[in-house]
Design a protein around this ligand. Structure first.
Ligand SMILES: Cc1cc2nc3c(=O)[nH]c(=O)nc-3n(C[C@H](O)[C@H](O)[C@H](O)COP(=O)(O)O)c2cc1C
Length: 311
């Protein structure tokens, strides 16, 4: 199925994934101006008033470039999010074309966003979630799979994409463990329309992450990533050394997710298995250029194999 029109004109089938304390206006603008969807969680703006300022900046900068990709906003739709209604109103005011919902049912935001011509994709981590999201009437699905940075899924990406493609013909985004352009191509071969890339974008100049985290990502491999529910109550992947430091400082593990808990524990060192693809700190434009090159090389390698000339 072709991607809906706001998403069809991309330089690469890629989204810079929304990340708490990482994605701000500069990263989003740089991603969109490089031709890939730039996404951010609305809670990265400290208040609906600040969100208004961010959206003004993002929409103005994107409008200056004809071939810029659209941006996407991520809403935590958990019942504990007291800002949900105010953030939705703000997104509608700025003509947002794509919202991704996470940590809960998309139902409360579907009607106001659809009325405003905004596509709604839901984060899903199981086939049960998939069925519920499709029943609710979402426009697309973001499949959270094993090895993702931040809140992670459990399902194997090969099996999950194939199982969802068998029952849903709308847009599918593969999230988790996408380290380069070859993996973006692999996601499309499986049947996904787009890939999320999160961890790689942490190590860009435009991210809100601190210098120490960016440097630690360059040094880390996937062997340095570990899974824990201790920080937000949800299974998430972290750099092991950082998590051990937190445990040594007796940071109390939390029981169950709330939006407040997510936002009080800030600047966590979260990363996914794709950290093995982080080899240096670079600009967003350069990261997208390289990913595009890797993607084209992978496509050509596939074509050569099909033509019987591949090794
Ligand atoms: C530091 C960090 C923060 C994240 N915060 C959010 C968030 O606020 N909302 C969300 O939907 N996903 C969040 N994620 C998950 C990403 O959107 C995405 O699913 C994940 O990064 C994909 O895996 P990758 O890092 O291997 O590319 C976060 C991921 C990281 C690494």
């Amino acid at each position: 199925m072709a991607l809906p029109s706001p998403l069809s004109r991309l330089a690469l089938p890629l989204m810079a994934a929304p990340m708490t304390d990482v994605s701000g206006p500069e990263l989003v603008i740089a991603a969109c101006r490089s031709g890939v969807i730039g996404a951010f969680p609305t809670h990265n703006a400290r208040s609906p008033e600040e969100l208004d300022v961010w959206l003004g900046k993002i929409t103005t900068s994107i409008a200056e470039q004809d071939d810029a990709a659209p941006f996407a906003a991520n809403l935590v739709v958990h019942r504990s999010n007291e800002r949900l209604r105010a953030d939705v109103e703000c997104l509608v005011r700025y003509g947002t074309r794509l919202v991704i919902t996470s940590v809960g049912s998309p139902v409360p935001v579907l009607e106001p966003l659809h009325d405003a011509d905004c596509l709604v994709f839901a984060d899903v981590a199981s086939l049960h979630h998939v069925e519920r999201a499709i029943e609710a009437g979402v426009d697309g699905l973001v499949l959270l799979t094993a090895g993702a940075g931040g809140q992670t899924g459990w399902a194997n990406p090969l099996s999950f994409v194939r199982a969802v493609r068998a029952r849903f013909d709308g847009p599918i985004v593969l999230a988790g463990g996408v380290p380069d352009g070859a993996a973006v191509w692999a996601a499309q071969v499986l049947g996904a329309d787009l890939a999320y890339m999160g961890t790689k974008f942490i190590a860009t100049h435009e991210s809100l992450a601190g210098e120490r985290l960016r440097a630690a990502l360059v040094d880390a491999t996937l062997d340095d990533v570990t899974l824990s529910t201790a920080l937000s109550g949800l299974p998430a992947n972290f750099l092991r050394s950082w998590l051990e430091e937190q445990t040594a400082q007796n940071a109390a593990p939390v029981e169950g997710f709330t939006q407040h808990r997510l936002l009080t524990r800030r600047h966590v060192w979260s990363a996914g298995h794709s950290v093995s693809g982080v080899t240096e700190i670079t600009s967003v434009a350069e990261l997208v250029r390289r990913t595009r090159r890797e993607y084209e090389q992978a496509r050509q390698a596939t074509a050569a194999t099909l033509a019987g000339t591949g090794r």
